[in-house]
Design a protein around this ligand. Structure first.
Ligand SMILES: C[S@@+](CC[C@H](N)C(=O)[O-])C[C@H]1O[C@@H](n2cnc3c(N)ncnc32)[C@H](O)[C@@H]1O
Length: 230
């Protein structure tokens, strides 16, 4: 998604000061750090990657050192909140495999969220029927994802109310995919003798082939905001 869309979304949350937030598979912690900057939330970020957790801590130190943000390096699947129904907002953006898919993610986050609280998940969806070639190259199964409507419906079947969706458009996707190609190009220009360059180029070649040939018209992405009933 674009920076502008992300900022707009963060403003929509209108969280109370010291609201409790958890972010499973928090990556480099941008979501939590933004929410701490905006609302002074008490937040926990969980990620399995030591590199990501290191970046989260660094980001916190640089941008909002006095915030009540904690980052934990662990498998999100094993994370246990202090109590059930503990959080005002539970996030899992782009990592639903941690809980076996979209439904499993919503079921787990629902348990962590207070009645009346919010759940935000980022999930891909099919824009059209995926071709066999695309599924093969990406190592995906069609059943792994639903349509945009399915993603909303699954949440509602779980007793949640979908109150907002933020959908990435072609411009957002093009930036996300092709900026990686530019970053690799920059790196190779500056490090022409790195032995990993060939591998990096193989990756960007794959991005070009699969994204432009299939992905751009086949796979969508959205963040879904659900309200848990009181
Ligand atoms: C696509 S990134 C999304 C990161 C972040 N949510 C964001 O939107 O920027 C997926 C993240 O999931 C983390 N991850 C993968 N498996 C995990 C697991 N079992 N438990 C916790 N984090 C996991 C990765 O380290 C990575 O940071």
């Amino acid at each position: 998604m674009s920076e502008k869309k992300f900022e707009k979304l963060c403003n929509f949350f209108r969280l109370k000061r010291s609201a409790r937030v958890v972010d499973i598979a928090c990556g480099k912690g941008e979501f939590l750090v933004r929410l701490a900057e905006l609302y002074d939330v008490v937040g926990v970020g969980v990620d399995i990657s030591p590199y990501c957790i290191k970046d989260c801590l660094e980001k916190k130190r640089k941008r909002i050192p006095s915030s009540a943000l904690t980052f934990i390096e662990m498998d999100g699947k094993k994370y246990k909140p202090e109590a059930y129904e503990f959080y005002d907002l539970a996030l899992c953006i782009g990592a639903s495999w941690v809980y076996g898919g979209h439904r499993g993610t919503l079921q787990t986050l629902k348990k962590m969220t207070k009645p009346g609280g919010l759940i935000a998940v980022g999930e891909p969806f099919w824009l059209q029927e995926p071709s066999e070639g695309y599924l093969k190259v990406e190592g995906m199964r069609k059943e792994e994802f639903g349509t945009h409507y399915d993603n909303v419906k699954v949440g509602e079947e779980e007793g949640l109310t979908c109150i907002y969706t933020l959908v990435s458009n072609h411009d957002d996707w093009d930036h996300y995919e092709t900026y990686q190609i530019w970053a690799v190009d920059d790196y190779i220009q500056g490090n022409p003798d790195d032995p990993d360059n060939q591998e990096l180029l193989t990756r960007t070649k794959r991005i070009k082939e699969t994204y432009f040939l299939w992905g751009r018209e086949t796979l969508g992405w959205a963040i879904y905001i659900f309200r848990k009933p009181r």
